[in-house]
Design a binder for this molecule. Structure first.
Ligand code: SF4
Length: 751
């Protein structure tokens, strides 16, 4: 509820905007509505009988703006309001289904707290200013900082929620217009390790499989992936498999008994952070039992002999002891994988949110390579991405790669881009700039003096909040561009730029299975909010870079058309995808112009994006987490998500049905620990780490967490798990370790 209480009517849309106050009061006091539309039905030409209040003038097709599953939906629009939402029955991802967040997503558009006008912070608070003033102020401040301390003293942090056209535009604007390499997205907080793992194993980013594989696989192994809560429509796709007479064996690896674990045939509740032991132990069994596709491995991989020697250190008994799993369960898991016709290995934050995330991804990919499960029906190593367009960001945005998965360090790739853009080769950066955690460290060190944050909320989502807040408040200039204001982050800004959100702008998203879907504007943005694309182009023109970088561009379609040319011939080839085709369906890349339907799987011929065409098997050694429980901080904290909320609740916290279902954070404590702490269900406790604390959080006593472990969902600013988490990152991907740190729990007593 934190954002509601801070709404300033002069800058944000006030509570009750779309609800007559008298009626709202009657509802509040008596629980009664007297509005006849709430009780009458009518006939919608497309969906039949609906509540009259939900029957629109027209249905606008679009794609869900929350997670990377990429569900198709129809927005029911009346006038300039979205009155209803339905799953698109013709969309191949979700076949008309939506999860609770998707079903209520339209409510976030007209919710209170939207950013309506550009605003500048003054001594008396935020003051409304014009767009002209705002953008001139932005450029004056950035120029002053860069003139004084160099181009690299300005950095940018964006999101995974812009449309692809905006990512592409922003990447060019930042790297070539502002000429700073220090540009990254909050995507580094969720799937940078998957990206780095793919690059190391296959020579390129890009998930090889697709959702159809979930339905076709003989074994589905989910590692640190609670799809029932976090990607519910993928759970629906799994159920389709489980309805088959010859259904898949489901293996779930997770230290916590999640909803997904309840679906498992084999549930491996391993000791936290022993996943590399388990994966190496499974590789050991596959090789020793003769369950390896030797021919595939010899022809398409390198590193096999070294891996064989390496996994000798991971015999079953040792792995069972370290992971605290029964030997028989590990053996049966290896047998299931090794004897299956096809096995699908999916993972998400339980793997990525670790200081050893990238190498853990490589150890998962080892299993897929050893068993020949890459690029075949039902078989794939598959990173389930987080945000709705994290994939679009990965492909286009000029952060950890040059656009089109080109490499900063390859001269041919830089030359290629320079020619495509008619720019001198010297203008293309030779190495990536600072990643997200290193930008924060740069702010701490004083190397970064100006920061532009777009569509993300680090004042809730970044680990070790005390350190972060102190650092960002010391900036000379902080601009925040967002659809909502105030947010915990925008409150700290010197300048707020109001942006249109999902439902108000056009473009494309790419989901976890490389499927490109259209995103359409259903309504106009409120107040003076503008699509991010327009803001970027306006800044470029004022910077004097408009004609060079974006010649003749007016619409997102102009960016998409250039991106089609830039991606042509690359692994992520969009050249065969057009807006016209997307109006009638979706396409997966690679979609070359000559064969746009080509893109269902990658690496089908066993040839990878490496110099010799072979994939790499990695010999991974397990490392300790950055912090372990001890006498002072005896519990291991695990953090994660819940089905009702999205990230930092800037949207879902304003949707009553979701907020009422999950209005506050809680801590899960094992019954044995609860007894020792003398706390019961619904009691309140304080939780402390070496970095910060949460006071007064509600207790759930439950065996879903093991003894010595506790769990807190990370969505809630008012009980922020990131007050506790440790600012330690994977050395390869730079993804933070959100999953393990040491805490103590202090009893407060019953409420
Ligand atoms: S599963 Fe993801 S994409 Fe689908 S409706 Fe839910 S939040 Fe949206």
């Amino acid at each position: 509820m934190v954002n509601r209480k801070r709404i300033e009517p002069s800058l944000g849309r006030g509570a009750g905007h779309s609800d007559p106050r008298g009626r709202a009061r009657l509802l509040d006091v008596l629980g009664l509505s007297t509005h006849p539309e709430d009780f009458t039905y009518g006939r919608d030409p497309r969906f039949g009988v609906l509540a009259r209040a939900k029957i629109p003038d027209r249905w606008i097709p679009t794609t869900c703006g929350y997670c990377s599953v990429g569900c198709g939906m129809l927005l029911g629009v009346r006038g300039n309001s979205v009155v209803s939402v339905r799953g698109d029955p013709d969309h191949p991802v979700n076949e008309g289904k939506l999860c609770p967040k998707g079903l209520a997503e339209h409510v976030a558009i007209s919710a209170p707290g939207r950013a309506l006008y550009p605003a500048r912070k003054s001594l008396s608070g935020f003051r409304r200013i014009s767009w002209d003033e705002a953008l001139e102020l932005f450029l004056t401040q950035v120029k002053a900082i860069q003139d004084r301390q160099g181009k690299e003293s300005f950095a940018v942090l964006s999101t995974g929620q812009l449309v692809t056209e905006e990512f592409y535009t922003l990447g060019k604007l930042v790297q070539l217009g502002f000429q700073t390499p220090h540009y990254d997205g909050n995507t580094t907080l969720c799937m940078a390790s998957a990206v780095a793992g793919y690059k190391r194993s296959f020579g390129s980013d890009g998930p090889p499989g697709n959702y159809e594989d979930i339905e076709r696989a003989d074994v589905v192994m989910l590692i640190g992936a609670n799809i029932a809560d976090n990607h519910p429509i993928l759970a629906y796709r799994l159920f389709k498999n489980l309805d088959r007479p010859d259904r898949a064996r489901v293996i779930v690896v997770d230290p916590r008994v999640t909803k997904t674990a309840l679906l498992a045939d084999h549930f491996l509740a391993l000791r936290p952070r022993t996943d590399v032991y388990l994966l190496n132990g499974l590789a050991h069994l596959l090789i020793r039992q003769g369950w390896v596709k030797e021919d595939y491995v010899r022809r398409h991989t390198r590193g096999y002999d070294e891996l064989r020697r390496h996994i000798e250190h991971y015999p079953l008994q040792h792995v069972a002891r370290v992971t605290r799993l029964p030997e028989s369960l590990i053996f049966e898991t290896a047998r299931a994988i090794g004897t299956a016709r096809s096995a699908f290995f999916a993972w998400t934050m339980g793997v990525n949110h670790s200081t050893q995330g990238t190498e853990t991804v490589n150890a998962i990919i080892n299993l897929a390579l050893l068993t020949g499960n890459v690029g075949v029906p039902g078989g794939s190593p598959f990173s389930i991405t987080g945000q709705c367009n994290a994939m679009g960001s990965r492909e286009t945005s000029f952060t950890s790669s040059l656009p089109g998965y080109r490499k900063f360090e390859r001269v041919e790739d830089r030359r290629d881009l320079a020619q495509l853009w008619s720019l001198p080769e010297s203008s293309i950066p030779r190495q990536r700039g600072l990643a997200y955690p290193d930008i924060i460290q740069g702010v701490v060190d004083g190397r970064i003096r100006g920061l532009w944050i777009i569509g993300t909320n680090p004042f809730v989502s970044y680990p070790d909040q005390n350190r972060l807040r102190k650092a960002l408040r010391g900036l000379e200039f902080l601009a925040v561009q967002d659809g909502y204001h105030p947010t915990p982050t925008s409150e700290a800004a010197h300048l707020v730029l109001p942006a249109a959100i999902w439902g108000e702008k056009e473009g494309t998203y790419t989901n976890s299975e490389r499927r490109v879907s259209k995103v359409n504007a259903a309504v106009r943005p409120p107040g003076e909010a503008r699509p991010d694309f327009e803001i970027f182009l306006d800044l470029a023109r004022r910077l004097g870079a408009g004609d060079t970088l974006f010649p003749g561009w007016q619409m997102p379609r102009d960016a998409f058309d250039e991106w089609r040319r830039v991606s042509r011939g690359r692994l992520c080839d969009y050249s065969g995808i057009t807006y016209e085709k997307l109006e009638h369906g979706t396409l997966q890349w690679p979609a070359p112009e000559a064969d746009p339907m080509n893109g269902d799987r990658l690496y089908t011929a066993g040839r990878f994006e490496t110099e010799d065409g072979k994939a790499s098997l990695f010999s991974v050694r397990s490392q300790l987490p950055p912090e372990e429980p001890d006498g002072d901080y005896p519990y291991l904290l695990n953090t994660g998500r819940i089905v009702e909320h999205w990230h930092t609740r800037t949207k879902t916290g304003k949707v009553p049905i979701l907020e009422q279902a999950a209005p506050e954070a809680w801590i899960e404590i094992n019954p044995r620990d609860a007894e020792r702490l003398r706390v019961g269900d619904q009691d309140r406790v304080s939780v402390r780490s070496r970095r910060g604390s949460i006071d007064h959080i509600r207790v759930r006593v439950t065996s879903t967490v093991g003894p010595g472990q506790v769990f807190i969902p990370f969505h809630f600013e008012e009980a922020n798990a990131n007050n506790l988490t440790i600012d330690a990152s994977d050395p390869i991907s730079r993804e933070p370790n959100f999953k393990q740190c040491a805490v103590r729990v202090e009893r407060i007593g019953p409420e």
